[in-house]
Design a protein around this ligand. Sequence first.
Ligand code: SF4
Length: 329
Amino acid sequence: MVGMTTEASRRVLLAAPRGYCAGVDRAVITVEKALEQYGAPVYVRKQIVHNKYVVQTLEKKGAIFVDETEEVPEGSIVIFSAHGVAPVVHEEAGARRLATIDATCPLVTKVHREAVRYADSDYDILLIGHEGHEEVIGTMGEAPERTHLVDGPADVAGLTVRDENKVVWLSQTTLSVDETMETVDALKDRFPNLLSPPSDDICYATQNRQVAIKQIAADADLVIVVGSRNSSNSIRLVEVALQAGAGAAYLVDFADEIDEAWLEGVRTIGVTSGASVPEILVDGVLEWLAARGYGDVQVVTSTEEHIQFSLPKELRRDLRAEATAGETS
Ligand code: SF4
């Protein structure tokens, strides 16, 4: 029994938008279509997206996830994950005669291009991001000599650049908007001529999910974020919810990770999910909550999303060739 609240007073505020973004949707469909087109196994370097359920589901269909291209048998097909890869990874794959399909999100590719452009113009790049995250490793790999990682304001004092008047900041796509701006402010204090990128690097999906959870967090005694522990944007949602006034906030992969004790005295529960989370996992959480008296679900929509990305060109080419062969046979 959930103490101190009556069922009539309990409710769930469900954030929208939540869950799959266009880059994740594209990456997951890429693996599914590749399996259909070429047959299993298809190798995938790193988790295609940072979600346990998605990875397990694709494994069952015949995808083999590896950490490095050297684990892929020569001549096989390998898909690069949505987080992007450094150019050296493309070279390694070429050396092993691997057929590559690049499922890097176009919004990550945009940051790679910026890094190349500023490095070519002789800038030092201050990349705001989390050390060790795959996306950061990939972006830094575009211009390793020119790029400095800034993992928060505390890193700013220790930076050494070649020319303080030729520095630009870029960022990982899945950071907290507010925290990133704090780091940018610290960078501007240190480098008054710091150049800003022409447009936001934190992607639309990350921003929209943070705005959506902020709208409900202050009214929520508890926020449940569905997402995996290695999902940067999902972890940020927990932090943003707490900063915006949620009584408590937790990250769960599946409904069965919710602790009944979290519900003690709780009337309003906010629910959202990270950009790599399929809706079926949110449904599982809503069912779990409904079974405990939280069946009143109100969707709180902050914005509508209509972005879609076309599949990687290597895959589209083969799918087209197949369709044409089907027409002529
Ligand atoms: S979170 Fe943003 S950058 Fe990452 S895959 Fe989704 S749309 Fe692309």
